[in-house]
Design a protein around this ligand. Structure first.
Ligand SMILES: Cc1cc2nc3c(=O)[nH]c(=O)nc-3n(C[C@H](O)[C@H](O)[C@H](O)COP(=O)(O)OP(=O)(O)OC[C@H]3O[C@@H](n4cnc5c(N)ncnc54)[C@H](O)[C@@H]3O)c2cc1C
Length: 386
């Protein structure tokens, strides 16, 4: 066992931290207020290889391991949850799904530009009536010669209104339930494919979230991704990796809020001394430090298991669940330590408090993670719950 980062990992962390502090942190509040997607930042991160972080270099990526990738997400989220969320969704959902399930031609056509950051990816499973129970997908895909005709609408798609490429899921064989759902790659400009309403969100407001509408959208069979009928099953595997990324997002948001709270506690004086002198404040900081460490270890362990090629469903759910709830608690304490100033937008903890909330909802709510963990503990099939 080794709990220390390698020299290369330290270098990756340091490089991303410097970039995040120099290029991302300064405009984070303004982008949040305006709900402005950070295209320029995504372009620069693409040039650094961070939009294909664990994709092999021959497909345009940086060829990092998952244990390195989570450092990247943590460092981005430490200063801006929106960028952390966008980079996590682009990498671990869309780009990874096409890389994992795609044929050679699809990898060349889609993974390469996605990994280089030349294209922005969305991955859209959730529907208005199929959230936690994503196997209840209603969108349909019907064969028409060498094409498929897709109809339906997706909701809450990260990058729904800014994507160039979107992986979507539709029922191709109604009688086969979750084994009758297939994945398709949509491309911007395809007739019948458009973004619907953009959501006006509580947090991670600079990370685009929108509906995706498919109205008689004609998709060539060359854009069907993976085996016919296997889309939902592949999605569960993709979500295993995605949840580790959301775990890292939670650790990063918590770490940023904790650092802000610690600095503030040392500088803010009341009753003639720094508030850090008061035991009540010390305990909040001590609990936060401990929980962040525990969350980070769970996330790192899940990433390590993924790199080792092991089944990570339970480890990923545990990491995501604990680190999400840690982020919410730690950001809440950080607001409390800031008193009234934590309630106003000039202080980054206000944004962290709102951003943290997505971690307990996206890629499976905390309740669904508990369900997954419990079902695995009790020996039921992983396919029962997303
Ligand atoms: C900012 C943002 C970005 C997102 N990005 C994406 C994306 O890129 N792609 C994508 O496909 N989706 C995305 N989502 C959707 C997200 O994954 C869903 O919102 C989430 O899975 C929950 O689904 P729901 O919102 O329909 O809630 P519901 O499923 O309706 O759940 C409502 C409540 O009921 C609880 N509940 C439901 N079923 C059970 C059960 N069996 N046992 C106990 N409690 C239960 C839930 O835990 C929750 O508390 C995003 C959402 C947000 C807010």
């Amino acid at each position: 066992m080794d709990f220390l980062l390698t020299e290369e990992q330290e270098l990756t962390r340091q490089t991303v931290r410097e970039f995040a502090e120099r290029e991302i942190a300064p405009g984070a509040l303004e982008r949040d207020e305006k709900q402005e997607f950070p295209r320029d930042i995504m372009k620069k991160l693409g040039a650094m290889g961070m939009l294909g972080a664990f994709i092999p270099p021959e497909y345009g990526g940086a060829g990092l391991k998952y244990v390195d990738y989570i450092l990247v997400i943590e460092e981005l989220a430490r200063v801006d949850g929106s960028v952390g969320l966008s980079v996590a969704a682009h990498n671990s959902l869309c780009t990874n799904h096409i890389f994992m399930a795609g044929n050679e031609e699809q990898r060349r056509r889609f993974t390469v530009p996605l990994a280089r950051g030349e294209k922005i990816g969305a991955w859209s499973l959730t529907e208005p009536t199929a959230g936690s129970d994503a196997s209840g997908t209603r969108s349909t895909a019907v064969r028409d010669g060498g094409d498929w005709i897709l109809n339906g609408s997706k909701t809450f798609a990260t990058h729904g209104s800014v994507c160039d490429v979107a992986v979507v899921f539709a029922v191709t064989d109604k009688g086969r339930g979750k084994h009758g759902i297939s994945a398709f790659i949509l491309e911007a400009g395809m007739k019948g494919f458009r973004a619907g309403r953009k959501e006006n969100k509580m947090g991670c407001r600079a990370s685009d979230t929108a509906e995706i509408v498919m109205a008689d959208c004609r998709v060539p069979d060359a854009n069907r991704l993976g085996e016919e009928g296997q889309g939902f099953i592949d999605a569960l595997r993709i979500l295993d990796g995605g949840r580790i990324g959301i775990g890292a997002l939670g650790v990063g948001i918590a770490q940023g809020a904790f650092e802000q709270a610690t600095a503030y506690a040392k500088s803010r004086r009341q009753f003639g001394r720094p508030i850090a002198d008061f035991q009540a404040v010390q305990w909040m900081l001590a609990d936060s430090a401990m929980e962040i460490h525990a969350a980070r270890l769970l996330v790192q362990r899940a990433a390590f298991l993924k790199d080792a090629g092991q089944d990570v469903t339970r480890a990923a759910s545990m990491a995501k669940l604990y680190s999400s709830e840690t982020a919410v608690r730690v950001a809440g304490r950080a607001v409390q330590i800031h008193g009234g100033y934590g309630y106003v937008k000039e202080y980054p903890v206000e944004r962290a408090y709102r951003d943290a909330r997505i971690c307990t909802i996206g890629e499976g709510t905390s309740e669904i993670q508990r369900l997954v963990i419990a079902r695995l503990l009790l020996g039921e099939s992983r396919e029962r719950a997303t």
